[in-house]
Design a protein around this ligand. Sequence first.
Ligand code: SF4
Length: 904
Amino acid sequence: MTAPGGAGRLDGAGGTGAEGAASAEIGVRTACPYCGVGCGVIASPDGKGGAAIRGDKDHPANYGRLCSKGSALGETIDMADRLLTPKVGGRDASWDAAIGLVAEKFQAAIRDHGPDSVAFYVSGQLLTEDYYVANKLMKGWIGSGNIDTNSRLCMASSVAGMKRAFGADSVPQAYEDLEETDLLVLVGSNLAWAHPVLYQRVIAAKAARPGMKVITIDPRRTASSDLADLHLPIRPGSDVALWNAVLSQVIEQGAVDAAYVAAHVDGFAEAAAEVRGTTAANAAAACGLDAADVETFINLWVRTEKVVTIWSQGVNQSSAGTDKVNAIINCHLATGRIGKPGSGPFSVTGQPNAMGGREVGGLANMLAAHLDIENAAHREAVQGFWASPAIPTKPGLKAVDLFEACRSGKIKALWIMSTNPAVSLPDADGVREAIAACDFVAVSDIIETTDTTRLADVLLPATGWGEKSGTVTNSDRTISRQRPFLPAPGKARADWKIICDVAQAMGFDGFDFEDEAAVYREHAALSGVAGKLGRDFDISDHAGLSREGYDGMAPFRWPLAGPRKGGRFFADGKFFTPSGKGRMLALELREPAQQLTAARPLRLNTGRARDHWHTMTRTAKSPRLSQHMGEPWLEVHPEDAAACGLKPADLAEVSSDRGTSILRVLVTDKTRPGVLFAPMHWTGEYAPTGRVCALPEPVVDPVSGQPELKSAAVSARRFRAAWHGFAAARGEFRPKTAYWSRARTKTGWRAELAHDAAPADWENFARDLFGLPHAATACVIDAARGIARVALLVEDRVAAVLFAAPEPVQVARGHVVAALDGDGPALPLLAGRPGADMPDPGAIVCACFDVGVNTILAAIAGQGLTSVEAVGDVLRAGTNCGSCRPEIRAILDGAIAARKEAAE
Ligand code: SF4
């Protein structure tokens, strides 16, 4: 493994190669491990295990920008909760023992039940080199297709849609197209929160060219709609009807590129016949939209030459996800608006290396290098290249089926790498049971206590971001190096190395790689084999890359050679289908698989929070990131809130036929009537009743196998608690109440609580809650009103504090936490509010500069501020990553409206 830093280090003394020469700053160039934007990061280790983080001005994904999550990376690399040694049956073990047991269990299952009795479930968090050897082991040596990935939950419908239309999984566009376009349409994509740096690029482009139009299509008016000229709050699942109307009007209004279609597109006549006569009014009725708005959108789309349609999980996570993707691509193919500067269809991935996983065949239905498992010539080419003993002739089990096979006993040995399926898959409680039911489960992870690691027979400690070395591919096909700048802690090993160690323990050759650079070279060489078979993914120019060349590798967009080098696909009309033409499809609207009923009358949409990532194993380590939304919430339209008896700040019990979640109510008209929204991040570690993926049925798109995570049929009602509480402590505590949600603070933890019965003795309850049985107390208890405020004192210092009341408690949480972090006396703290000399900043809006809503409101009122920029000038809020700018605008709009109302 490279020494931490290695090449790519910027040492001010020349560094290495072009990258080192590009800057005199000190640090190591690497890539952010979160979303599919794939921002370049410069990490400057502090020598004490931490690092200062800044954006890499030379990286083509972000040009120096970072979002709140990327900016806080340095706060997430501590050793808290790290898995530092292998464990067998919960006890520390040697690597030899752990590897030997994994190899033995997999060998036994294969011997007794065949290769399809074992499975790997891997992750878009893995580096490409890790992914490559995992796929090689499962497909080439074990001989099964049973390797699938959490990318199945993210972009499988885009892969399937692009394969149907283009013949290969080729994203045609590049990030600069978002800036060069005249019309940007965001479909099921909250770019502002899910891909914040791309959103910042769009903000800057629109500011520079105000004529550029942005339209958002989403059941929710999200932070991204802040920038939009038009928002269409589409009925969940009805996208195909809308895009069929666009295609119909493309044809009606003469916008078809007849020459391009004639020369390069199959299926036009069938698709045209399907949509003939479809109008904006038809689409508006099918999609639950205003007809005039739909007409405006369609006319703009049809009449704008440079149009980019970008989509994400709102399209993909659907039982008709692949059809939705193809309905969008149909419109681009018919107009020839594809693969051109500022014009084309663009899928943005959620995961940092979903694309790298696709490139090495990390999905159960793919071979490496974008080759097809169903194609005998492709199988032969891969097997021949590897000189492997086996190659599967059929796809393996996709994620949902894979865990069903664990439950049914078909899978006897399962290895989960770098992901948390007990939280993230639909019917998450059922998946937890399925993993528990599997005969043998190994989990590689960096964190010891996740919902999934708790179910493992063997735990394998992996290196994490900042320690590992390899490559990742972002959403626009740019491959970047992730470089280490910290030593591997404890006994942690790189994932690729753990996989190779197990392969060798199973007696397999082909896994004696010297280092990750050798894995990359083999991956690059295999892509050359694919290139010769006419496939899109070819980086074979790197097959002979030296270690130094690998370490100094600058970001590049594939393909690496040929006429399309670093550019776009398909403007030239050359596709990867057997006919060499793009394919349009005749598509009909299919409704979400889960029907609404009188008992389950609401749709539950799920998605991301601004400052958290996936199942929070990293972002929840940062107190700063936990300030924005401290607990899982439920967005409810006012009409639904009234119908369900829900008030703001209530707790709501949301139930489906699979499970129940308890979530904090946010009444808002940003979501459609009939559609609820909840974030997907919270886990058993942070809010056991906030695991919203427990609610959706495990139904999938029939083509892609991607689960329908955004359309659960649910009901909602008020969670009737005997008391609600807020608690904070200098140390860690884990409540046992019916509802709890906890988050880290600078010195400990904070929690929201609710329970169905009040304790007999609040002081003892507090001692038990915080695990401080001998603490002295200072209390204010009003038994008649059900109010209790208890401070626990250890050595005359407040160690923990609990506020309880029959309704959600009204205390200034930021103040309480800040006071606890300091050395304040107990009784003023029990007031739950700051004194007049200490203003309460309120809930944090700007995580970068710790600016709260009350501070912003005070500045608006006191200084007459009227713009987001003015707020930024005065408070710095919104001037770093910009992710909070939509919220600042909403606060401004509300304050200005209130001021006007008061004046009238
Ligand atoms: Fe990381 Fe934010 Fe960039 Fe995504 S947008 S890669 S989370 S810094």
